[in-house]
Design a protein around this ligand. Sequence first.
Ligand SMILES: [Zn+2]
Length: 237
Amino acid sequence: MFNTNFFDGDKLIEYMKSLPITDEPENIYLNLKDPVAIMTHDDYFDREMHEYEKENGFTSTFFLLTSQIKEKGFDSSADLQLHYDMSRKEWIESQIKEFKTNVKKMPMFNRNHRVFWRENHLDLANLAMHGIKADCSLLNSKPFKLCVQNRILPIWEVPYTIVDEPYVDITKNVYCTYNVSSRMEDAFAKGQTPLVALFHPYLKDKTYWKKFFEYAEKYNYKIMNMSEFYEKYLKEI
Ligand SMILES: [Zn+2]
């Protein structure tokens, strides 16, 4: 029977019971002062984007659909992570297995494909239960760890704020994503941090993905990928 929870409820309850109890029943938020710009791409690896980024001295994070990984022998400098597809009948454990088979490592981070999402406390717990350290599926908030019944879920949510500008535009079309700011540059000019961008490879000829890096340089943002950001700012909290 189709399970609309997308996970095993009994396992999730056992997992929740295993988490330590905290005295402070509130979320933990990251109070970042350093200006940080993180670029991410969804669905599949794009060599042109990766080479451009590498030539300019940085790398981004690619969230890969495990059913579509064709590339063999990825460049080891690429930050490759999981793009969990909830529309498939295979659950996250199968998709992680496919990822490990093809990429030869365990994914540390995830973004859900098409931003399919059920509830923060369920989906984040399910991801954490399967070893994911940070998720990047939500929009428009500061990075946080969710508190659920005096338990801090051991996974960071790092929301994104910039998407396929100018192609994704709420005054022209409706998508499951949106841009928080009308103009990408304003987010940099106002010093918002971290700025997490999502630019799809299949839209690369229609979007200003290179401008994200130009603005980062202009406004003195440090460009990093999800792995670098996690190591520097999230791992110890
Ligand atoms: Zn996707």
